[in-house]
Write a protein that binds this ligand. Sequence first.
Ligand code: 5MM
Length: 341
Amino acid sequence: MNTQVTLQQTVDALVQKGKGILAADESNPTMAKRFQAIGVESTEEQRRSYRSLILATPGLGEFISGVILFEETLGQCADDGTPLPELARRQGMVPGVKVDRGKVPLANAPGDEITQGLDGLQQRLEEYKTRGARFAKWRDVYHISTSTPSRLAIEANAEVLARYAAICQHQGLAPIVEPEVLIDGDHGIERGAQVSEAVLHAVFHALHRHRVVLEHMLLKPSMVTPGKACTQQAAPEEVAAQTVAVLRRVVPAAVPGIVFLSGGQTPQEATANLDALNRLSPQPWELSFSYGRALQEPALQAWRGDPANAADTQTALYRRAKLNGAARAGQYRSSMETADA
Ligand code: 5MM
């Protein structure tokens, strides 16, 4: 099939109304942290067990349009031998893959980092496609402090994100472009907005330079919030207003969807904030989710590595997905948190 048609179909499937993306692409060190918190050793077999369990959640495809997998998961199978990307596909979820190779300190920019993984990317994408991946994801990270992110970090990371996106489209995989402005710090929401605007401005400038087709990509940004340690936290309405104001300045209307990361918000906060964002509709883009922790935390707590907890694990994930499905339409109410339990 023509590459442009393939990319369009993938993007259309991912931004379906009432649905969002499950980020299950934690690298092994991150998964080790998540498992340590519930007293489980992070072996390849335990990661396979957990991920097969959550992907098999009955009805998950009602609210999840796509799932981002880690490279290791692409090659793993469920107990009955079904490859995990195929299991996702049978559930109605488009399988994707995280393709960056993590971050390292950026030379000559103290406190800043840069994401690596461009070398050999084209060949890796060929391989991921044969294993079922239809879209890709790459994450850049920006720290907010009095001296970061530097102009150098903003420009260098934007360049790398744009090169990644161009290579993906060339290979027929829809790129999710994820510039994460971290929530850590004690800065106020205005500083968060200022950094997000500068970062996104540079990212879209670089995407334009690299001739990335905006219609065939998704943006995965942080919401604009105060730092986690800021004494003045923001209500969902304020987060939504600040976030939309920044996005309207810098994200072209040609981008079909903005799929937020949760970035350390609690599951309830992430759902309430997404709901408030969708109450500000109509906007030029679909406003959706691509949550990792905000979808999986309750499921991990229910699982704790015990196969006897399988049904509770799936119920916890399904419930969070459903609540975020409601937030996609601005129809979430906090009372649903207890009503549905
Ligand atoms: C920011 O992290 C992404 C979204 O997850 P949250 O909703 O929990 O913030 C997530 O997709 C992330 O990129 C992956 O978990 C991979 O992270 P690491 O650090 O393991 O590469």
